[in-house]
Design a protein around this ligand. Structure first.
Ligand code: BG6
Length: 499
């Protein structure tokens, strides 16, 4: 018996900010991600301080902003889509750039060149029978909203966002069936700049990031409390905007299906000690909370106690319960890269902004970037999601980031990537056998693209190598890696041939 359904949506995933380039071309405006500058091949830059933003502006001519270049998809999309078609893609996840359509976010009319660009991309995909899967907001927002009212922290953004989202449905509903509202909506509580345009020291002057600071490491307690408050406020506004557009699409575009998108974080207790198990359970509930609100249409009760206990004072918008109840998503979508271990021991547990930092799991291997590779956790989580929501599941991100170089044969022997993907596809097949309704799989960065956390080119995920380095040197020509031919075989055999 076939392990994957006939219409399984095999494909790959990207986002506008990480591939398009074409900065300011044809009327495009600048987004908050265009101000993130490169600091080194392993230096995370997901956080922004007032001084950083001021520096990005003052030294705009000399700093390195890789998102502004992307991989030049804006000019090379035909070549790229032909490569995806050669692999046999059925589905391509991409995002639409808010600032390519509404350069400052405030225009009444969209920028016509931007509108045409996406029509052209969708047309090109359909030419090869590839179904677009479109993320409406993959982290990006117009930079002016950061300056003017603190971006997603303020309810002022909702009407502007709703106008943009409505435009997407009205304009593209006949070309795009599958939509996602916010990419990894839970990231706004972990990395508020990335997910919500929130500047870390917005409330404090003279706040300095500790020298050994990295994502998910603790901030000073007072800072952390404000940050958590701001990020949950921003999250609330995103939940509202998402539910509003789901309702609108259900009313006006019945052929469209809209999903949420969250970063699935599978957690194990470090030991069988009940306190560790409780901790893992609580963190798992936290991870599921983001899905609960969007798929069930209400805030779970426990989150109110959590807010109270942690002095989080979310100002709920009028009628929020009704808005959420009327905007339940049609399917669950998720990104999955790694699993984590938690302990109840506060001395060893680092926790910040509703996110945890993992302990080492001796049973797992790690990637070049320390991410713990665990296909079994994906199978477990898929089963849990089936039980909790009973909705179709689209796995829209998964993959292995690695440092790679083109060899003399002009390819990359990426057997480690093949091994990673093979084990995860195997886990998905087993989950389907367990009764989970998985409808598609789009591994991340199917063509090398700019890393989100590092804004580098040197962290690569692709089946296709892009000849560009962190500084923007290179031809930007595309080359097929070994995994390209392997994935082509996987798709042609509908997941039967994984060798
Ligand atoms: C997800 C994001 O968090 O992970 C992507 O949705 C991102 O935008 C991907 O690129 C991988 O992260 P990174 O930092 O390795 O690019």
């Amino acid at each position: 018996m076939a392990r994957f359904p006939d219409n399984f949506l095999w494909g790959g995933a990207t986002s506008a900010a990480q591939v398009e380039g074409g900065r300011c071309e044809d009327g495009k405006g600048l987004s908050h991600l265009d101000y993130v500058y490169y600091r080194g091949p392993k230096v995370p830059c997901n956080f922004m301080l007032k001084n950083d933003l001021a520096k990005a502006r003052a030294e705009e001519a000399t700093l390195n902003f890789p998102n502004r270049r992307g991989i030049d998809f804006y000019h090379r999309y035909k070549e790229d889509i032909a490569l995806l078609a050669e692999m046999g893609f059925k589905s391509f996840r991409m995002s639409v750039s808010w600032t390519r359509l509404f350069p400052t976010g405030k225009e009444d009319e969209p920028c016509r060149d931007g509108v045409e660009f996406y029509h052209n991309v969708f047309r090109e995909l359909h030419k090869y029978g590839i179904e677009p899967l479109v993320t409406m907001i993959h982290y990006e927002l117009p930079i002016g909203f950061v300056d003017e009212f603190g971006a997603w922290e303020s309810p002022e953004i909702i009407p502007y966002c709703y106008k943009y989202l409505k435009f997407l449905i009205d304009e593209y509903k006949d070309e795009v069936k599958y939509w996602l509202t916010f990419n990894e909506i839970n990231m706004v509580t972990a990395v508020p700049w990335l997910g919500g345009g929130i500047i870390l020291d917005r409330f404090e002057d003279g706040f300095e990031i500790p020298k050994d600071f990295r994502p998910f490491a603790p901030l000073p307690p007072q800072m952390s409390e404000r940050w958590e408050n701001a990020s949950h406020q921003a999250l609330h506004h995103q939940f509202i905007a998402s539910a509003m557009i789901v309702k609108y699409a259900h009313e006006t575009a019945p052929n469209c299906l809209i999903g949420n998108m969250f970063n699935l974080h599978h957690l194990y207790p470090e030991t069988p000690a009940p306190q560790d198990a409780l901790r893992a359970h609580q963190e798992t509930e936290f991870n599921m909370f983001f899905c609960d609100v969007m798929a069930k249409g209400y805030y779970p009760k426990w989150i109110q106690s959590y807010y109270k206990k942690n002095n989080i004072d979310v100002k709920f918008v009028d009628n929020y319960e009704e808005i959420l109840a009327q905007g339940k998503v049609d399917f669950i979508s998720l990104s999955y890269y790694l699993s984590s271990i938690v302990t109840a021991d506060p001395k060893r547990q680092e926790r910040i902004g509703s996110f945890i930092r993992t302990l080492h799991n001796p049973y797992l291997e790690t990637s070049d970037f320390g991410w713990q590779i665990d296909p079994t956790a994906l199978r477990i989580s898929l089963n849990e999601l089936r039980d909790r929501f009973n909705l179709p599941i689209y796995i829209v991100e998964n993959g292995l980031g690695a440092f790679e170089e083109l060899n003399e044969e002009k390819t990359v022997h990426d057997d480690y990537r093949i091994a990673y993907l093979r084990s995860h596809i195997e886990a998905i097949a087993q989950a389907i056998e367990d009764g989970v309704d998985v409808i598609g799989y789009t591994p991340w960065g199917c063509i090398d693209l700019v890393s989100c956390s590092l804004v580098s080119m040197s962290k690569r995920y692709g089946f296709v190598y892009v000849d560009a380095d962190d500084e923007g040197n290179g031809t930007y020509d595309r080359y097929r890696k070994d995994s390209f031919y392997w994935y082509k075989k996987v798709i042609a055999s509908n997941g039967e041939d994984l060798d």
